[in-house]
Write a protein that binds this ligand. Structure first.
Ligand code: AMO
Length: 428
């Protein structure tokens, strides 16, 4: 008989014979009957067994979290909470779990995050933990779907590279035979080169590596970056693309992941678009109205951003950042080159996306390299792509884990990362 997923049992008639496989969450042995609580990826079900001698012998020996096979009959007149159970006819162990478990799955007092991450494979068995990743997947699916609908193609660019993109200090060096190489911080250079190659619109979902020393609740040393680049477009086009992509992701999650939101005990709503936009200079005015002295050209601290963010309900853009705090590829504002055609998407004090219109004129690009005191030689492949027909272009990079974290109201980026890489953690 084929296997039935636990979540599908409800669709069968009372009295149907079924076979289910799952993790044994709990066994309760009473005087005349035993109850096995079984769990798979789709749900939880109770199987009830009469205590004949052989069955009782088996049930007594099964450790929690063992993989078991239960054969039985659907009972829809059950008095159990879910109104459905299996009247078990046979039970066997497919693969035994050792005891004790490194971490309990039924965990009335939640273990601390470090302990949970050390035994992440068990931690992820908890319904309210796996829910995060199902939702994350559906957010990403909705974003992908939207971008495909806008004629973007998904690309994959190298992660072993010869030059820095987002600032030289935060690079992980790797040995590449007889050459020096690094783990890529962002697909920035390659996605721009693909504009010169004529692809018009590309997106990539891939790992980005940052050797940042600070160990915070919103920084990882390896994160998943959703990047887009589009030709014949400016920062305003990129911002609308971002709003709509985010909206599509949230809509998809709400449409498909009701049970997971329930498991987390939260509900979210589709953000209203367009997101409010506030310029960097307006932010300074806002801060000074609160009595905070802020120098033009500096970056905002988390405290500053908390204050600015308190003025907005959800997402908002900070636009027109000064050139001093933006990378070399950012297009200066035409009538005021101290500023740039750039933006960050914020959610309260947290930055979830950076983006901009890019410099497309090769001469201006080389000038920007000089201003930033970068070695033009190590960017030659990138500069060459600008010399033979580069369209004007714009794009952004959205951090998937941060995005999921803010939407679900979680307070640590490690919660939305299966196996986080941080300043101290590289296993598991
Ligand atoms: P930036 O460096 O701002 O921009 O990164 C874009 C987004 O990626 C996420 N992010 C991180 N997430 C977790 N841990 C980190 N250490 C980390 N660093 C960044 C954030 C951030 O907003 N090339 C540009 C993008 C572009 O202009 O297209 C870039 O990489 O959510």
């Amino acid at each position: 008989m084929p296997r039935t997923y636990i979540g599908a049992l409800r669709g069968f008639d009372d009295g149907t014979d079924v076979v289910i496989y799952g993790w044994l969450q709990e066994a309760r042995i009473m005087k005349n009957v035993s109850f096995l609580i079984l769990r798979d990826n789709t749900g939880i079900i109770q199987a009830t067994f009469k205590n004949d001698e052989a069955t009782l012998e088996t049930i007594k020996r099964i450790n929690r979290e063992s993989i078991v096979k239960v054969q039985g009959v659907i009972n829809k007149k059950s008095v159990s909470k879910s109104g459905i159970e299996i009247k078990g006819t046979s039970v066997s162990v497919v693969n035994e779990a050792e005891a004790p478990l490194p971490l309990p799955v039924i965990d009335p007092v939640q273990a601390d995050l470090e302990t949970r991450l050390n035994s992440r494979f068990i931690d992820l068995r908890k319904r309210n933990v796996s829910a995060i990743f199902r939702i994350e997947s559906s957010l990403l699916w909705g974003i992908r779907e939207y971008l495909h609908g806008q004629n973007f193609i998904e690309v994959h660019t190298p992660k072993i590279v010869a030059a820095a993109t987002e600032g030289g200090a935060d690079l992980f060096p790797v040995r590449y035979f007889e050459k020096d190489a690094y783990l890529n911080q962002s697909p920035q250079l390659y996605k721009e080169v693909l504009m010169s190659a004529g692809f018009d619109r590309v997106f990539e979902v891939g790992p980005a590596f940052r050797a940042e020393e600070h160990n915070t609740t919103r920084h990882l040393n390896e994160f998943t970056s959703i990047d887009i680049e589009m030709s014949f477009a400016d920062h305003n086009d990129a911002m609308s693309m971002l709003e709509n992509a985010i909206k599509s992701g949230v809509e998809n999650a709400i449409r498909t992941k009701n049970d997971d939101f329930e498991a987390l005990g939260i509900s979210i709503s589709v953000p209203e678009t367009p997101f409010p936009r506030i310029t960097y200079e307006k932010c300074i005015e806002l801060l000074s109205s609160e009595g905070i002295d802020f120098k033009f050209g500096d970056d905002f601290s988390p405290d500053h951003l908390r204050m600015i963010g308190s003025r907005f309900k959800g997402f908002y853009f900070i636009t027109e950042w000064p050139a001093s705090v933006r990378p070399f590829y950012t297009m200066p504002k035409q009538d005021d080159p101290k500023l740039t055609n750039s933006f960050d998407l914020q959610y309260r004090e947290i930055e979830v996306t950076s983006g901009a219109q890019r410099v497309h004129d090769p001469k201006m690009l080389v000038e920007r390299f000089r201003e930033k005191k970068l070695d033009v030689k190590s960017f030659q492949f990138y500069i060459d792509a600008f010399k033979y027909g580069m369209p004007p272009h714009a794009g952004w990079g959205l951090g998937l884990e941060r995005h999921t974290m803010i939407l679900l109201g979680l307070n640590n980026i490690r919660e939305t990362t299966l196996f986080p890489r941080d300043r101290t953690r590289i296993v598991p």
